[in-house]
Design a protein around this ligand. Structure first.
Ligand code: BES
Ligand code: MN
Ligand code: ZN
Length: 506
């Protein structure tokens, strides 16, 4: 893991391999941001014009490397774009800082130590830069030969020295600790998502959770096939029964002795979604190792909450199964008796996420938490609606849904509230069972939300995050977002727990 330190030296005296500074996009070319004064001085006050000559604009994503000739103790200067110059007296948006730091960190693969001298006006700014740098300094190389010397270059930036933060100030120190815990767990969730499905299957995922639970003093319970059968978890078993690797339900709990509120986080953990007997066509299953991103997010969030010692109880439920076609697989037309007792006619085995989630939601409801949030790469329809960077939020409680949307916005995650129109329920009417696992094609993401709602305990505030779009990034990397697993929704879930611990919600 990349190390983070709050630097006690200034930009002119820091000894490092590189120094990162910010530039903003002004009306007449790039503008040097606060924090870069020493670098500007080293360039005779001409840093902005030098950068403009090199084609820099200060726009988001813009990155220019310059050799430092004199006046600095670093050989390399990296100037990153922060986007438009803020209105008078305004600071840069936290997400602009986070992304700029991430862009710089990504460009510094193979580098040992870099100083980040971005404009920091507050503790929040410092934390955003730290998060962006640590999330940008990520690379999934577990399956690439590290012994090869030329591949050693791919190792992420080893040390981030944050400039402009007060190293002896309690608030800055706490912010750094929080950024480290959060980024490490997000990066671990990314690893889980990126791990190929031949190595990450329900049993091995559960083992990772068990190890983490031991490390952080969390309570954990793993139900295997036998225990699931004994407990009548028909949804999880029905999805998992076609695979050689059996399903699991993991309960991982963090409790605080003085907690007044409890949250349940429920994650879809399909370690591979082939579609089952309703097999996905070629071109649609190559990235389906990402279908456990919800469970990874839940897992990472619970561990982060524990590391931060928040005054709230959080239970994570990981509904793990591999969705495969075989002679033992659930057939379209089969009826499953769910954990809740409801029967579901499986019309399409590719609508499997809602089946495993339904059981976990019912089970989570039994413990009567103050709120439940489920996270799932649930529908292609949500990607159609919101694109690949925004998750949809549904739920049974408008103010809770709004709160989550606002929290997501605050932590720099793109989301949008979605409705659950009641008239879509009848599309799931079944001739044979209580409900079918599919309804109208139009509004497919909302239909899935309506299905899930049937398995949530009455009077429990519940929100459903459909992260099918942002969970797995297939386009070119940007900011702190790499190709592959992103760790989508973890920052939102952790902030929600913090708000709940502080008594700011419900
Ligand atoms: N895991 C998929 C949804 C998905 C698609 C996630 C693309 C990420 C990227 C889910 O299990 C699924 O297959 N959903 C179906 C539901 C349909 C059969 C009702 C879908 O969206 O097509
Ligand atoms: Mn599916
Ligand atoms: Zn799926």
């Amino acid at each position: 893991m990349t190390a983070l330190t709050l630097s006690t030296s200034g930009a002119a005296t820091l000894r490092a391999d590189a120094l990162v500074v910010g530039i903003a996009k002004g009306p007449k070319g790039p503008v040097v941001a606060a924090g870069a004064e020493a670098v500007d001085k080293a360039f005779d006050g001409k840093l902005a014009s030098v950068l403009e000559t090199l084609g820099a604009s200060g726009a988001e994503g813009d990155l220019t490397k310059l050799p430092a000739l004199s006046g600095l103790k670093t050989p390399l200067v990296v100037a990153v774009g922060l986007g438009p110059v803020p209105e008078k007296d305004d600071a840069f948006p936290a997400e602009a800082l986070r992304r700029a730091a991430g862009t710089a960190a990504r460009a510094l693969v193979g580098v040992k130590k870099a100083g980040f001298a971005l404009p920091i006006e507050s503790v929040e700014d410092a934390e955003a830069v730290a998060e962006g740098a640590l999330l940008g300094a990520y690379n999934f190389t577990a399956y690439q030969d590290q012994a090869d010397e030329k591949d050693a270059k791919k190792l992420p930036l080893a040390e981030v020295a944050l400039l402009g933060a007060k190293p002896r100030d309690k608030a800055f120190k706490a912010a750094a600790e929080r950024a480290i815990a959060l980024a490490e767990e997000i990066n671990r969730a990314r690893d889980l998502v990126n791990t190929p499905p031949n190595d990450l299957y329900p049993e091995s995922f559960a083992a990772v959770a068990q190890a983490a639970a031991k490390e952080h003093g969390l309570k954990i319970q793993v139900l295997d096939e036998k225990a699931l059968a004994k407990g009548n978890y028909g949804g999880i078993l029905g999805v998992g029964q076609g695979a050689a690797h059996g399903p699991r339900l993991v309960k991982i709990s963090y409790t605080h002795p003085k907690a007044e509120k409890s949250l349940a986080y429920v994650g879809k953990g399909i370690t591979y979604d082939s579609g089952g007997i309703s097999l996905k066509p070629a071109g649609h299953n190559e990235t389906m190792k990402c279908d456990m991103a919800g469970a990874a997010a839940v897992f990472a969030s619970v561990v982060t909450v524990a590391r931060l010692g928040l005054k709230v109880n959080v239970t994570g439920w990981l509904a793990l199964a591999e969705n495969m076609p075989s002679g033992t697989a659930t057939r379209p037309g089969d009826v499953l008796r769910m954990y809740s007792g409801k029967t579901v006619e499986v019309l399409n085995t590719d609508a499997e996420g809602r089946l495993v989630l339904a059981d976990a939601l019912t089970r989570a409801s039994e413990e009567n938490p103050d709120a439940i949030v489920d996270v799932a790469t649930l529908t292609g329809a949500m990607m159609m609606a919101l694109g690949s960077r925004t998750f949809g939020i549904m739920g049974n409680d408008e103010s809770f849904r709004t709160a989550i949307h606002e929290i997501a916005e605050e932590v720099g995650e793109q989301s949008w509230p979605m409705p659950m129109p009641a008239e879509l329920r009848k599309g799931m009417n079944s001739d044979t069972a209580d409900i079918a696992n599919m309804g109208e094609r139009m509004g497919g993401g909302l239909v899935a939300g309506l299905f899930l709602q049937e398995f949530v305990g009455e009077d429990i505030a519940w929100a459903h995050l459909d992260i099918a779009g942002p969970a797995f990034h297939e386009a070119a990397p940007f900011g702190y977002t790499h190709k592959g697993g992103t760790g989508s929704s973890i920052r939102t879930l952790v902030k929600l727990a913090e708000r709940t611990a502080d008594g700011d919600l419900g």
